[in-house]
Design a protein around this ligand. Structure first.
Ligand code: CMX
Length: 434
């Protein structure tokens, strides 16, 4: 059987001439223009990155390698009797653009299980963190500490052809991805369960093993698979994906790039919003003395939050202009498995109440919920009630997309990223302000 790495290499060889041709024959063709509003407004919408791993349509939502999320969930192989596909199969899809067969997935699962072991010093570093450290800071440091394991770095120091950069990058990325569940689980077990050890089950897949390691019963294994898959990629311009790409563009290795992307994801406007949603809902619940709010009461909480200058977490998006399909997939799961959950009812009321209010307020370009509006309550329902951990789960999923991109970046020889900055005075002069 051809391994994932061999299939990937064939794809890389087939793709390289396309980039060479674009550069050689169309290097000076114009594909976008840039306005002052875009430059001052966080570079929103400027077509300046290339990736074939995912594409985000504002109205349709994300596609991984051309497949919508419902198609991804339908087509990828699943463990027997489970609703959600293997995360390892997603890695195959993201890297190669092909839906793997059962046996191709089995091969990736076997490969991952051989790469799971975590060096002792990683546990020591996690243990050394002071109380009340945020799990995202611990995760970032644990990944960073493993940089000494980088094969890319070793091979680079020995002298390596540019054409081979992708190979040790693939090894680093796959080693790191295979170890992330153990790192995440150890952080969880230590911070919240007071455990000093964590043991993987070598017979389980990525999602199943993660559920096992944090002591969660079925169907949490499917929740973990769903969660890692929906968070994996959202094209290249979001903060976490872009940070990973940017850091790696200087030929910093996969460990540096992943630690960087984790740091970007940890902000409340990005991945941390899932934690913010839960804490916001909890504060509403506390104010209500645990009584479920009516729609009118909920409207007041939403307006109070807006009027105090805060954003409504879990709503709005820089690219999307409709309800996030990642929200929808989780909502369907919740309706099937936990329709009577009290906090899920809060989320459902918010879905009715928030969009009209954001429209009335008239600021947010997208009044609809994003992925983070739904994800925390599902975690809560299945016993992961420590909401500062939620972004760690997001990070483990996001690492698949970021690292798949970094491998392809090296395969296609994308250069160090270096946009140009100008001064405010230069900009004023360019637009005719004296
Ligand atoms: N609540 C209140 N105001 C909001 C809002 C929300 N949910 N979403 C956007 N706005 C406001 C913005 O703060 C901005 O206000 P100012 O003009 O005063 O600066 C205005 O509406 C226009 O913003 P926008 O162009 O619609 O949105 P941006 O592209 O600038 O920002 C995002 C996108 C996600 C940061 C923003 O919608 C937001 O802050 N949402 C809440 C936090 C959140 O859920 N983040 C998670 C996003 C998904 C993810 O990455 O995980």
């Amino acid at each position: 059987m051809t391994t994932l790495k061999e299939v990937l290499y064939e794809k890389i060889e087939a793709h390289r001439p396309r980039v060479t041709r674009l550069l050689k024959e169309h290097g000076n063709d114009v594909i976008d223009k840039v306005t002052v509003g875009q430059v001052l407004g966080g570079m929103r919408g400027i077509k300046s990155l290339v990736t074939d791993i995912s594409y985000l349509d504002p109205m349709e939502g994300i596609r991984y390698r051309g497949l919508t999320l419902p198609e991804v969930f339908e087509k990828l192989p699943k463990p027997q009797g489970k609703e959600m596909p293997y995360v390892e199969g997603l890695y195959y899809l993201l890297l190669t653009g092909e839906v793997p067969t059962e046996s191709q997935v089995a091969d990736v699962i076997y490969d991952f299980s051989n790469r799971r072991l975590l060096p002792r010093y990683v546990f020591d570093i996690i243990d050394a963190f002071p109380n009340h450290s945020h799990p995202m800071a611990i995760l970032s440091a644990a990944v960073m500490a493993m940089e000494r394991e980088s094969l890319f770095n070793t091979r680079y120091q020995q002298g390596m052809s540019k054409m081979d950069y992708w190979d040790p990058t693939y090894e680093d990325a796959t080693n790191l991805l295979a170890k992330l569940p153990l790192i995440g689980a150890y952080i969880y077990d230590k911070l919240y369960l007071g455990k000093q050890n964590v043991y993987p089950d070598p017979t389980l897949d990525f999602g199943g093993n993660f559920a096992y390691m944090i002591d969660k019963d079925e169907p949490y294994d499917d929740v973990a698979r769903m969660y890692f898959i929906i968070h994996a990629d959202h094209e290249s311009g979001n903060v976490s994906a872009h940070t990973g790409h940017l850091v790696a563009s200087s030929l910093s290795d996969a460990y540096y790039a992943t630690s960087g992307m984790i740091n970007g994801l940890a902000g409340p406007l990005h991945g941390l919003a899932n934690q913010e949603v839960l804490s916001w809902i909890q504060s509403v619940r506390a104010k209500m003395g645990n009584k479920k709010p009516t729609k009118e009461e909920m409207k007041k909480f939403v307006w109070d939050t807006l009027n105090s200058g805060q954003v409504i977490p879990g709503y709005g998006h820089a690219v999307l202009r409709k309800t996030d399909p990642r929200y929808q997939i989780q909502r369907e799961f919740a309706l099937k498995h936990m329709a009577d959950d009290e906090l899920f009812e809060y989320v459902s009321i918010l879905y009715e109440v928030v969009p009209p209010i954001l429209k009335e307020q008239g600021k947010a370009k997208n009044p609809w919920p994003n992925v983070d509006a739904q994800s925390g309550v599902i975690q809560w329902h299945y016993g992961v009630t420590q909401y500062d951990f939620y972004t760690v789960l997001f990070a483990i999923g996001r690492a698949f997309g970021v690292l798949s991109n970094v491998i392809w970046d090296r395969a296609l020889g994308y250069p160090i990223e270096r946009p140009k900055s100008i001064t405010t005075a230069m900009m004023e002069e360019m637009v005719g302000i004296k």
